[in-house]
Design a protein. Structure first.
Length: 671
């Protein structure tokens, strides 16, 4: 056996290193700068510790802070371990369980010793200081392989009952790894980790909150404390993230929804929205906008039942896939003579629809459809219900009752690419009308799916080709393919909107489906006189009205474009002598189609201005005795520093222009 190893580097060069060398040795051989910057290594494609020796000839790519995604994940994993070590250093007897990295940080589940209360927010400053001390100590993080028996014995001896339980369930003979921090503290972990705690920035993390968490997520088990933190590579990144969180809190649609009197939620209809007049005005404007868009694109609007027989959902395949999230009811008349609901146990079952697609297939199947009738585009503002877990519900963003701007395009094989391309162009117009930029992703076949590989190959290629033809498969549109993230019946294109503070929201989608038409026996008569299966394109642009309104509220921080605002203008008086003129101004604005209120209360004008500004009214027309005599108004636009005095005619023209929906303006006017 040769005493030297051949290590291939990304630039094509090959270095010979003594057997037993590690990626850290290669980095040192290349130069001190790289040795200092290296954080981890990819060895034959596997992410590993920098100090783990090569087993043989290998391909090596060193990971530095420039590889931000991998570096962040490593750092956050290390922050979690440092958190656990800090808690045990401060409160000996604390038991640790698990602590993974998250999308923006880390957490660790711990059990406080019996001598003290569960950990709380008051403990976080002390834990942070201890974490910084561990980081500054620059403790080496070293990987060790233990036998299962030795590891169980170690955890039992240390009183770590949770760790011992987990180790006891690991397979016999499996390589079990632990990581030591310095000489004494260790944790069971697959790794990899940074070379030492000193590679972390002691100023680039912050502990955020604590919450209850059950061992293994089971409420029958011991309740633990979950300590959350956010972690970054630099303090600058942390500060930017905290600013983004602060900005997000200001924009929270739940708070703004209360302040603007748009909607509320309450336990009597958990997960469903009570829309107030102001909020429903936004809904109606969106609905009218979308109807204009789909009418111009050749869709036919329908309305389908809320409740359908369970056998329909069994045939479609949804019963097996979505049953846990469906609201199911018995198909029988309740016994009205006894108190409480009575179910005989012999009733057939029905379900509130969690999606609209099977009902649209049933409409398609009414009568005989010819190839000449295709494509057939069926649209529905379809109200759906899904039994989401209580803990997953979140304002308008995650609800149990929602309405989709849902449509299904039934088409021939030769029409698919053209239909998908047309949808891409329609979605582009819509998102640009709302001021959004977006990226497009292609979600590919999941492991658990219906249909053959050949069918999936074809469906994925069709979606890909349509985006290419539309000119959207480019870096400008964030084009990316996502393996394993398609639906169980079809691949899908996803539109991810970017909001005003850089967050992304997945909203629109189009899916190419050959499974549901097969399962529900949808056919059309082809040019050859034979029966053929249509392809079914599932598509939505808003996704759901509820979530899209929530996104809009947060994107605009409540300052909705004038055409969407519930109240577009308020005429406010300075003195009571102008009440009559204010009423006349309001009548003229209303006649021009502007949603207007008057404020003639006996309050100071500064009070009125502040109140309507907080309500996010786009325009305030202030009138007093002089304005009444001269036929003018003092126009105050939300966010502007100064008011402008102008004639009523000028103000009317300006407001009409601003309050016109973007698809109806000038050259943007659509059929």
């Amino acid at each position: 056996m040769s005493e030297m190893l051949k290590i291939s580097l990304p630039d094509g060069s090959v270095r010979e290193m003594p057997r037993g060398s590690s990626p850290a040795d290669v980095a040192a051989a290349i130069g001190p700068g790289l040795a200092k910057a290296a954080l981890a290594a990819r060895v034959n494609g596997e992410l590993r510790d920098l100090t783990r020796p090569f087993e043989g000839d290998s391909e090596l790519a060193l990971v530095t802070a420039r590889d931000e995604a991998e570096a962040l994940d490593l750092a956050r994993h290390d922050y979690a371990h440092v958190l656990a070590e800090a808690v045990q250093a401060l409160w000996p007897g604390t038991q640790i369980t698990f602590g993974p990295a998250t999308d923006d940080g880390f957490y660790y589940d711990v059990l406080a010793p019996a001598s003290r209360a569960p950990f709380s927010m008051e403990d976080l400053p002390a834990i942070e200081e201890q974490m910084r001390a561990i980081i500054r100590a620059d403790k080496p993080l070293t990987r060790e392989v233990w036998s299962r028996a030795d590891l169980i014995a170690k955890w039992q001896a240390d009183g770590e009952t949770f760790k011992a339980e987990w180790a006891a369930e690991l397979p016999e003979g499996e390589e079990l790894t632990v990581y030591k921090s310095g000489e004494d503290w260790l944790d069971m972990c697959r790794g990899p980790h940074l070379p030492s705690t000193g590679k972390l920035d002691p100023q680039a993390f912050k502990l955020m909150r604590v919450a209850g968490a059950y061992w293994r997520g089971d409420q029958k088990n011991q309740q633990l404390t979950r300590i959350y933190g956010t972690g970054w590579l630099t303090k600058k990144q942390l500060d930017a993230h905290l600013h983004k969180l602060e900005e997000a809190a200001k924009r929270d649609h739940r708070r703004l929804g209360r302040e603007m009197d748009l909607f509320h939620l309450q336990e009597e209809a958990h997960g469903s929205v009570f829309w107030h007049p102001n909020g429903y005005r936004i809904w109606r404007e969106l609905e009218a906008y979308m109807r204009r868009a789909i009418d111009g694109a050749g869709y036919r609007e329908v309305k389908t039942p809320q409740v359908m027989d369970a056998r329909q959902w069994e045939q479609s395949g949804h019963w097996g896939k979505y049953r846990a999230n469906m609201f199911v009811i018995p198909d029988e008349v309740p016994n009205t003579e006894d108190e409480g609901p009575v179910i005989s146990g012999e009733a057939d079952w029905m379900a509130l629809k969690p999606m609209n697609c099977p009902a649209h297939v049933l409409i398609f199947k009414q009568g005989i459809t010819s190839y000449r009738d295709l494509p057939l585009r069926i649209y529905e503002n379809g109200c759906c219900h899904r039994n989401e877990p209580h803990g997953a519900l979140h304002g308008l963003m995650r609800v149990r009752q929602f309405t989709q701007d849902d449509a299904h395009i039934f088409c021939r094989e030769d029409q698919i690419v053209a239909e998908v391309r047309a949808f891409c162009e329609l979605a582009d117009r819509v998102y640009r009308d709302f001021g959004f930029t977006y990226s497009i992703k292609l979600a590919l076949r999941p492991d658990q799916r219906f249909g053959s590989d050949a069918m999936w190959d074809q469906a994925e290629a069709e979606l890909r080709n349509a985006v290419v033809e539309a000119g959207l498969a480019t870096p400008e549109y964030g084009w990316e393919e996502l393996p394993g993230e398609g639906a169980f019946y079809a691949p899908k294109l996803e539109w991810h909107l970017t909001d005003a503070i850089g967050r992304t929201w997945q909203v629109g989608t189009i899916q190419s489906d050959r499974v549901l038409p097969e399962r529900l026996d949808a056919v059309y008569v082809g040019e050859d006189g034979e029966k053929h299966r249509p392809v079914m394109l599932h598509r939505a642009i808003f996704g759901s009205y509820e979530r899209f309104i929530g996104i809009l509220i947060e994107h605009f921080a409540g300052r909705l474009p004038a055409w969407l605002a519930p109240t577009q203008a308020v005429v406010a008086t300075i003195v009571s002598d102008a009440d009559g003129y204010a009423a006349d101004v309001a009548r003229q604005l209303q006649a021009a189609g502007i949603r207007v209120d008057t404020d003639t209360r006996n309050e100071k004008i500064n009070y009125k201005v502040r109140e309507h500004s907080l309500a996010k009214v786009p325009h305030l027309l202030v009138v007093g005795k002089r304005e009444a005599e001269e036929g003018t108004v003092a126009l105050r636009t939300l966010g502007a520093e100064h008011q402008k005095v102008m004639s009523l005619a000028e103000a009317l023209a300006l407001l009409q222009a601003e309050c016109t929906p973007p698809d109806l303006k000038g050259g943007n006017r659509r059929p």
